[in-house]
Design a protein around this ligand. Structure first.
Ligand SMILES: Nc1ncnc2c1ncn2[C@@H]1O[C@H](COP(=O)(O)OP(=O)(O)OP(=O)(O)O)[C@@H](O)[C@H]1O
Ligand SMILES: O=C(O)c1ccc[n+]([C@@H]2O[C@H](COP(=O)([O-])O)[C@@H](O)[C@H]2O)c1
Length: 220
C-alpha cells in the first residue's frame, strides 16, 4: 500500500450508527465536519446487530426508513445498507475490510465516530486493526471527557493523531483526527425517553422523522 498518495480530492467517509432514531446530534456535527475538512460526501451506515449495547427498539426497516427521511434531499448524504443484510453482529472491522476490497488500497477511507465511541474503542472487535483500513474522524460530544483514561488507548491515540486535516486526503488510512465540531447535547436514549414521557421532540430531530415516529407508534 502506498504510504502517501500523490494527490487525492476525495475521502470516502462512513458514519456508522444504530440510529434508533437518527437525530440532529448525528446530522449537524457530521455536516460541520464535512465543512471543516472538505468532505464532499458522507455515507451513513446503519447497523443491524449493534455490538456492545442493548438491541434497538425500532425494527431494522423502521431505523432505515428514519435515516432515509432524515437525509432526503440532502446531497451530502447517502445510505449504505450492507450491515442490515448481515445477521451477525455488525463489527466495523468486517465492514471496513469489505469496503477496502471494493474501493482499492489507495482511496482514503474514513470512519466517523462521536467522542463517546472513542472512549470505549478498546472494547471494539480487533480495534487496533481499524486504522489498517481507515482513518478515524472523531466528533466532539458534550458530557464525554476529552482525555482517555485507558493508557493503551491514550498511547495509541498519541501515535496516530494528526491535527492537519490535509494529510487525511494524502494517505489511505492510519490517522485519527479530533474535529472541532459543535457540541449538541442530544442522544437517542433521551429522545426515546422523552417520547415515552410525552415531551416534545422539536429541535432534536427532523420533522419528517418525528412524524414517522408518531405514525409508527414508536418508543411508547
Ligand atoms: N450528540 C452527538 N454528538 C456527537 N456524536 C454523536 C452524538 N450522538 C451520537 N453520536 C455518535 O454517532 C454514532 C452513532 O450513535 P448512536 O446511533 O448510538 O446514537 P446515540 O444517540 O448515542 O444512541 P443511544 O442513546 O441509543 O446510545 C456514535 O459514534 C456516537 O458517538
Ligand atoms: O466493531 C465493533 O466491535 C463495534 C463496537 C461498537 C460499535 N461499533 C460501531 O460503531 C458505530 C456506532 O455504534 P453505536 O453503538 O454508538 O450506534 C456503529 O457503526 C457500530 O456498529 C462497532
Amino acid at each position: 500500500m502506498l504510504d502517501r498518495l500523490e494527490s487525492s480530492e476525495t475521502i470516502h467517509a462512513l458514519f456508522g450508527g444504530t440510529f434508533d432514531p437518527i437525530h440532529y446530534g448525528h446530522l449537524k456535527p457530521v455536516e460541520a465536519l464535512a465543512h471543516e475538512i472538505g468532505l464532499q460526501h458522507i455515507t451513513l451506515l446503519p447497523n443491524h446487530v449493534p455490538p456492545h449495547r442493548p438491541q434497538p427498539e425500532a425494527k431494522v426497516q423502521q431505523r432505515l426508513q428514519m435515516v432515509e427521511l432524515a437525509i432526503a434531499g440532502n446531497p451530502l448524504f447517502s445510505v449504505d445498507e450492507r450491515e442490515l443484510h448481515r445477521t451477525a453482529p455488525s463489527y466495523t472491522i468486517d465492514t471496513l475490510e469489505e469496503i477496502r476490497r471494493e474501493k482499492g488500497e489507495n482511496l482514503p477511507l474514513a470512519f466517523i465516530i462521536g467522542q463517546d465511541s472513542l472512549l470505549t474503542l478498546h472494547y471494539w472487535h480487533r480495534w487496533q486493526s481499524l486504522l489498517d483500513y481507515c482513518h478515524l474522524l472523531v466528533c466532539a460530544r458534550p458530557g464525554y471527557a476529552d482525555t482517555l483514561d485507558t493508557p493503551e488507548l491514550e498511547s495509541w491515540l498519541a501515535a496516530h493523531r494528526t491535527t492537519d486535516a490535509n494529510i487525511l486526503k494524502q494517505q489511505p488510512n492510519g490517522l485519527i483526527y479530533l474535529a472541532h465540531t459543535p457540541l449538541l447535547d442530544i442522544s437517542a436514549t433521551d429522545i426515546r425517553q422523552r417520547k415515552r414521557d410525552g415531551l416534545s421532540l422539536d429541535d432534536l430531530l427532523p420533522p419528517t422523522v418525528q412524524r414517522y415516529i408518531e405514525q409508527q407508534g414508536l418508543y411508547r
